[in-house]
Design a protein around this ligand. Structure first.
Ligand SMILES: *[C@@H]1O[C@H](CO)[C@@H](O)[C@H](O)[C@H]1NC(C)=O
Ligand SMILES: *[C@@H]1O[C@H](CO)[C@@H](O)[C@H](O)[C@H]1NC(C)=O
Ligand SMILES: *[C@@H]1O[C@H](CO)[C@@H](O)[C@H](O)[C@H]1NC(C)=O
Ligand SMILES: *[C@@H]1O[C@H](CO)[C@@H](O)[C@H](O)[C@H]1NC(C)=O
Ligand SMILES: *[C@@H]1O[C@H](CO)[C@@H](O)[C@H](O)[C@H]1NC(C)=O
Ligand SMILES: *[C@@H]1O[C@H](CO)[C@@H](O)[C@H](O)[C@H]1NC(C)=O
Length: 569
């Protein structure tokens, strides 16, 4: 294994933050996630904890409107909204009319600029309603159209309002267009592979890669071709922080990118060193925005850990929207609860990178201090040191996002630990641990997976490619992008994390055994309420032996960290 030295410290927290944002620590005190981590310094409340809204006594009317997709193309013909009109005790506004009048509420989704009512039929006390409208009335352009949802209740003097915006972009004949399905977080692409007709889904699965290894300065495609053959459909080539301008060598990257285009291997273009400089953003976007295999922009790498300025991600995001509305923006958060809302405001997709393998979650290996919520850095913020930390972290950030009024639920991805033998992480993860964290991630709603960092061990490289390909089959994507998983199914006889996706009369079930030793007993997984299954239709991944007994998914004996993905009918 060859790593560039520069890449080591990107995964670690040994460097003090260079661009300081909102830290409670006095000057000269190095922090990670706002917590002092050197034994010479004292514990400090880092601040920035997410404030969940409190329950209100009186019912509120909570109306929401969002575009179904982050962008529409003029060629789509039909646009759609996701609409909600809830009676809520958390969000919304009080109404001064008798509740029975709510049933005769009037709704309008209106474009002021076009002067047109797009939708007027909405059902009260429902969420996630899809309402179509014609795009023909919107001249395509690069800036969004503002949209307002109005609701009025007979007998009330109040007008309820919720706003959003839609992009209706000129159709493409070059480059790529990538949209998020805001209903369930799936990613859809249009590019030269489908001749710019319609959209196809992808379940992104690929590593951050060491550029020195995969794209060496002496042009050589050997490692890149191997990577592609291992089944990955995305890549994030990490720019070399050791170069004076911390950028990619343009001519060299251009040649490698030609190969990515040929392979339709999607690049997640990494601007970790550039995103706080608007000139560098403009320069880099101009270079690469029209590549057919550009998937998305990636801006901040652990901005919360480094405590970058709280507005840094949003400023970059707004600029990227203007320069290139055809591609979404992603970033990764490392802290468990540190200014989530501010940093997450700067991306369409939020990734988490809890790295729990081999750590000591309560005692910092490099710094020799205690780790808790106000002090210390153990390499995985507020973790317990179990593989399930990745699932918990996904749950946490999804819960934060869901608790921001009027906001969309942004897709979450996992960055999975594929490294070790350094600082906080004394050992490398085993292949089975990486596969288990992949399954846990998908079970907890991840809509894409990446890994830090390629090349890892052969076991990890090969295994992560193979399982990722399974998630990327049309069959699996139909479930993963078609609904939300019902999580933490009741399980008897084992310590297993299991989720179910029910779509079109079938159920996909994901299983991740949490134990490092094998067991011989019978494991019984209860399916969600109201779902009746009769047989195992197909085993997409894992060992044979699963059957249906008494409406439950059953197997005798589990291997250490065994995982499975099955479709039941
Ligand atoms: C709204 O829906 C919730 C959940 O389905 C239900 O408990 C509540 O009674 C409904 N409220 C009204 C006013 O219909
Ligand atoms: C909305 O439009 C899509 C095509 O874009 C179509 O598949 C769907 O059935 C339509 N839904 C409704 C409710 O009309
Ligand atoms: C931003 O980047 C440009 C171009 O690389 C450089 O000339 C400029 O000094 C940078 N600005 C800051 C504040 O670092
Ligand atoms: C962003 O935040 C920094 C640090 O708090 C501040 O100095 C700067 O003025 C802000 N920039 C904008 C455009 O708001
Ligand atoms: C963590 O480190 C402390 C202090 O060295 C030690 O007592 C404890 O056993 C370690 N825990 C684990 C899980 O390694
Ligand atoms: C964290 O540990 C430090 C050092 O032992 C201690 O001073 C502080 O009170 C602890 N914080 C919490 C929240 O327990």
């Amino acid at each position: 294994m060859v790593f560039q030295k520069a890449l080591f410290w990107l995964a670690t927290t040994v460097l003090a933050s260079l661009v300081c944002g909102q830290s409670n620590a006095p000057p000269g005190v190095d922090t990670w996630c706002g917590k002092p981590y050197q034994s010479k310094d004292k514990s400090i409340n880092p601040g920035g904890q997410f404030a969940f809204p409190s329950l209100q006594k009186d019912p509120l009317l909570y109306i929401t409107v969002h575009p179904r997709y982050t962008i529409f193309l003029e060629t789509d013909g039909i646009g759609s909204f996701i609409v909600g009109a809830e009676i809520s005790h958390v969000f919304g506004e009080p109404f001064d009319a008798p509740p029975s009048n709510l049933n005769v509420m009037k709704f309008q989704i209106y474009s002021q600029e076009i002067g047109s009512i797009l939708v007027s039929q909405i059902d009260l006390n429902t969420t996630g309603n899809i309402r179509n409208f014609s795009l023909a009335q919107f001249p395509p352009r690069l800036t969004p159209y503002p949209i307002t949802l109005y609701a009025t209740i007979p007998g009330s003097t109040k007008t309820f309002k919720s706003t959003t915006e839609i992009y209706v972009l000129p159709s493409r004949t070059y480059g790529s267009a990538v949209k998020i399905d805001n209903l369930h977080g799936g990613l859809l692409v249009q590019n030269n592979i489908n001749k710019y007709k319609g959209w196809y889904p992808i379940f992104p699965n690929g590593h951050y890669v060491d550029g020195g290894y995969l794209t060496p300065s002496t042009f050589d495609l050997t490692h890149l071709n191997t990577y592609a053959a291992q089944g990955f459909n995305t890549i994030n080539i990490v720019p070399d922080g050791g170069r004076p301008d911390q950028a990619y060598p343009i001519d060299s990257l251009s040649k490698y990118w030609d190969r990515l285009d040929e392979l339709n291997l999607f690049n997640i273009y990494d601007m970790r060193f550039a995103f706080q400089n608007s000139t560098r953003i403009s320069d880099q976007v101009a270079l690469w925005k029209d590549r057919t295999s550009l998937l998305m922009w990636y801006t901040a790498d652990e901005p919360d850990g480094w405590v970058y300025a709280l507005n840094s991600t949003k400023l970059a995001y707004d600029q990227l929207r203007e320069l290139d509305p055809y591609h979404p923006v992603s970033l990764v958060l490392n802290c468990q609860d540190f200014y989530y809302e501010e940093y997450a405001a700067g991306a369409d997709l939020i990734w988490q990178d809890a790295y729990p393998v081999g750590i000591n979650a309560t005692h910092s290996i490099p710094w020799g201090t205690v780790c808790n919520t106000t002090y210390g850095d153990c390499g995985c913020d507020n973790c317990v040191g179990s593989l399930t930390d990745v699932a918990t972290r996904l749950d946490d950030i999804q819960a934060y996002q869901a608790a921001i009024p009027y906001a969309l639920q942004k897709p979450t991805w996992s960055v999975i630990q594929a490294f070790g033998e350094q600082s906080y992480w004394p050992r490398l993860p085993k292949g089975s641990e990486v596969l288990n964290m992949m399954m846990l991630s998908v079970n907890h709603g991840a809509k894409g997976i990446t890994y830090w960092i390629y090349p890892s061990t052969d076991d990890v490289n090969v295994g992560s490619g193979e399982l990722g390909k399974v998630f990327g089959t049309d069959l699996a994507m139909g479930f993963l992008f078609g609904t939300e998983p019902v999580r933490e199914l009741r399980v008897e006889g084992a310590s297993v994390d299991a989720s179910a996706w029910a779509v079109g009369g079938k159920v996909m079930v994901g299983v991740a055994n949490g134990l490092y030793f094998s067991s011989r007993g019978k494991v019984k997984i209860h399916l969600p309420e109201g779902i009746k299954v009769t047989s195992v239709e197909s085993l997409l991944y894992g060992n044979k032996g699963w059957t249906i007994e008494g409406g439950m998914l059953v197997k005798v004996g589990l291997e250490p960290l065994e995982i499975a993905l099955l479709v039941l009918s």
